[in-house]
Design a protein around this ligand. Structure first.
Ligand SMILES: [Zn+2]
Length: 92
């Protein structure tokens, strides 16, 4: 099973390539999935993909996970609005 996966992805080290994350040379592996080139650094674990222009597209899973928590904050703002705001009722 694992042998079949390896033969499909065919990860290969990129000679002379430098990792954009840790700057270690000759630690980047590259392979294609559905025609999309992927890179992985065996030194620090950095991974990214390349878009049609050949530009690096880092994975942003951590950022997207945090967004739902941010959207929950307006509920707290509505609770605060129930209290009178002395600054608005006392014009200088
Ligand atoms: Zn690295």
């Amino acid at each position: 099973m694992s042998d079949d996966a390896v033969s499909r992805t065919r990860k290969r080290f990129i000679a002379g390539a430098v990792c954009p994350a840790c700057s270690e040379p000759d630690k980047l592996m590259m392979w294609n999935e559905d025609g999309v080139p992927h890179r992985e650094c065996v030194a620090c674990g950095f991974t990214d993909t390349l878009n049609e222009q050949g530009l690096s597209v880092p994975k942003e899973l951590g950022t997207r996970v945090n967004q739902p928590a941010v959207k929950a904050q307006p509920v707290q703002v509505q609770t605060v609005q129930f209290f009178p705001n002395p600054k608005l009722k006392k014009p200088h």
